[in-house]
Design a protein around this ligand. Structure first.
Ligand SMILES: C[S@@+](CC[C@H](N)C(=O)[O-])C[C@H]1O[C@@H](n2cnc3c(N)ncnc32)[C@H](O)[C@@H]1O
Length: 384
């Protein structure tokens, strides 16, 4: 079974307002036990993807609309909001996040799913013919990026991309691009999205096409499960490629009933590098992400991380309704040799944004990279 977080263990402590703390504790308990990948959740890898049970238990326990996720990533909160008929707004500075979320929250009926599958199979068939005829085609990559795939895999992927570009139906074309994105790491020389060290893998001819066809079929099955789970009538989900520090530009100030989100964990991931290889395949521009990514391992320091968390809290507070609640899932930061406990940091910085920590629950992380065990915290903030 794939795990959404790097080994989230059952929670060990909770504090604050009892009913709220119970909900947060329950969310982490369920996340440590249940399958993470139901519905469309498991369709595309996302580093530090939120466990769906964190979103579902919090949404079931706490009212407030719209639900806003300023760091929506692969769309976990948005999917669970949609299932519950709660209006939701997803924001992320990473263009890939919006593309992946768009596909994962898409609710399609049986005929739309069948039409999509037929198009995916046509693309796969044309790709097989290209491979057989050894058709030459250029991949849209820099020299450094090219080295991540074996030459014959590169050719096959570039052929798939060209075939996808010929699909006229925009909704299907965009979904097929995300299907292509979902197989890129598997057929590359990298071990995973977050581990770019090379590993020799045997990737035979046609394998990329077969994986593509299989992933398209998997998506169709996941869409069917989503359609069956979604509340009627469907709630709107709005998506914005935007900086969470300028949230007021896309979310009306004072309007968010519930902000439920998982910001980057300080010094832990580097989304711009983890996703760099996918961007050109989808024609995405990651320059804003390179400039504005919060907590990025490539540059975070204890001082910069404090400043970023303060700015993130201020932007979130500005979007929040007077009686709104903010629920953050945040892991302890690792900044060079300095560990910053996320619950203490949020409690310390929340007042600068006119907020206060009202409840929290914490779970240890089974961090295989060693060092002192880190924790993951689910923390509720409200106006005093
Ligand atoms: C922990 S992940 C969110 C995962 C998400 N909850 C899910 O389940 O897939 C953090 C996200 O923050 C995004 N991010 C980083 N800096 C940002 C910024 N300045 N504004 C908006 N999003 C940002 C990253 O692209 C990443 O998707």
């Amino acid at each position: 079974m794939k795990r959404a977080l790097s080994g989230l263990l059952p929670p060990t402590r909770k504090s604050g307002e009892p009913a709220l703390a119970d909900t947060l504790f329950e969310a982490l308990t369920r996340a440590s036990a249940a399958d993470v990948d139901a519905l469309t959740h498991g369709f595309h890898a996302w580093p530090a993807r939120m466990h769906r049970c964190v979103a579902s238990v919090v949404l079931d326990g706490l009212a407030g609309a719209p639900v806003v996720d300023p760091f929506c990533g692969g769309g976990t909160v948005l999917i669970e909001a949609r299932v519950r008929g709660r209006a939701a707004i997803g924001v992320d500075l990473n263009p890939l996040a919006l593309r992946v979320s768009e596909v994962k929250v898409d609710v399609r009926d049986a005929s739309s799913r069948a039409a999509f599958l037929a198009r995916a199979n046509e693309v796969a068939q044309s790709s097989r013919e290209r491979v057989k005829a050894r058709v030459k085609v250029r991949a849209p990559l820099s020299r450094a990026q090219v080295a991540q795939w074996h030459p014959h895999v590169l050719l096959e992927l570039a052929g798939l991309r060209e075939e996808i570009a010929l699909v006229k139906e925009r909704r299907d074309r965009r979904a097929l691009e995300v299907v292509l994105s979902s197989i890129l790491t598997k057929v590359s020389r990298a071990r995973s999205d977050t581990d770019e060290r090379g590993r020799e893998k045997r990737i035979g001819r046609y394998l990329s096409t077969e994986l593509f066809a299989r992933k398209a079929a998997e998506l169709v099955e996941r869409w069917a499960a989503l359609e069956a789970a979604v509340a009627k009538p469907k709630s709107p989900v709005s998506l914005y490629e935007h900086d969470a520090l300028a949230l007021h530009e896309v979310v009306k100030p004072g309007s968010a009933g519930l902000v439920l989100t998982s910001p980057p964990y300080g010094g832990t991931y580097d989304y711009a590098s983890h996703h760099a290889a996918r961007m050109p395949w989808l024609g995405l521009d990651d320059r804003a992400l390179l400039r504005g990514e919060l907590g990025a391992r490539r540059r975070a320091t204890p001082a910069s991380w404090d400043a970023e968390v303060r700015a993130m809290l201020a932007a979130t507070a500005r979007a929040l309704a007077a009686d709104g609640l903010v629920v953050l899932l945040l892991g302890d930061a690792q900044l060079d040799r300095v560990r910053v406990a996320a619950d203490e940091q949020l409690a310390r910085l929340a007042p600068s944004a006119g907020l206060r920590a009202v409840a929290s629950a914490s779970a240890p992380r089974d961090d295989r990279r060693g060092g002192a065990a880190r924790e993951e915290h689910l923390i509720a903030l409200a106006r005093p």
